[in-house]
Design a protein around this ligand. Structure first.
Ligand code: OFO
Length: 176
């Protein structure tokens, strides 16, 4: 089924947003390393990989549909945070933004009567529900424990156990 140039452009824009997300999460991983929370750093490392995989899923999809991928610039990510809670709140805000973008992309697919894209995007829509729920639960626990003391150590241990792919470790401390 042919894909229209406007739809290709919209998917290319989303590829940029997914790589931008990945880069942001890698910066957050660095922040956690600097702040001696290797488990949280690992969690963000997996998040970086997941967002990269999202970008590559769209990258492959454009090619499968006979379109051309045009990669766009990504900007320097935010590096400054006040606390672990501050970081995870920023993740939550960022994911809400991504969800709104996926919704807009879906609307474009509907407007162009692009049924294959609508079906493919259902995976992204479900993924966003899951991601937002996971981050909400981390934020709730961080609020409960007040953000420091022995409890943050336990949460850090837990987040360090996040499974995912063949993690590209950025320090030995991340490898629990
Ligand atoms: Fe969670 O952002 Fe990708 O889709």
């Amino acid at each position: 089924m042919p894909i229209t140039p406007a739809v290709v452009e919209a998917i290319n824009n989303q590829i940029q947003a997914e790589f931008q997300s990945a880069y942001q999460y890698l910066a957050m991983s660095a922040w956690f390393h600097e702040n001696n929370l290797p488990g949280c750093a690992h969690w963000m490392n997996i998040q970086w990989q997941e967002e990269t995989a999202h970008a590559m899923k769209l990258f492959g999809y454009v090619h499968d549909r006979g379109g051309a991928v045009t990669l766009q610039a990504i900007t320097a990510p935010e590096h400054t945070y006040a606390s672990p809670l501050d970081v995870f709140r920023a993740v939550r805000e960022h994911e809400a933004w991504i969800t709104s973008r996926i919704t807009e992309l879906y609307d474009i697919a509907v407007a162009h009567r692009d049924l294959p894209l609508q079906i493919m995007l259902q995976w992204f829509i479900s993924e966003q529900v899951e991601e937002e729920a996971v981050v909400d639960s981390i934020i709730e626990r961080l609020q409960m424990i007040g953000g420091d003391g022995p409890s943050i150590y336990l949460l850090d241990r837990e987040l360090g156990g996040r499974p995912g792919g063949d993690a590209v470790h950025s320090s030995t401390a991340e490898q629990h």
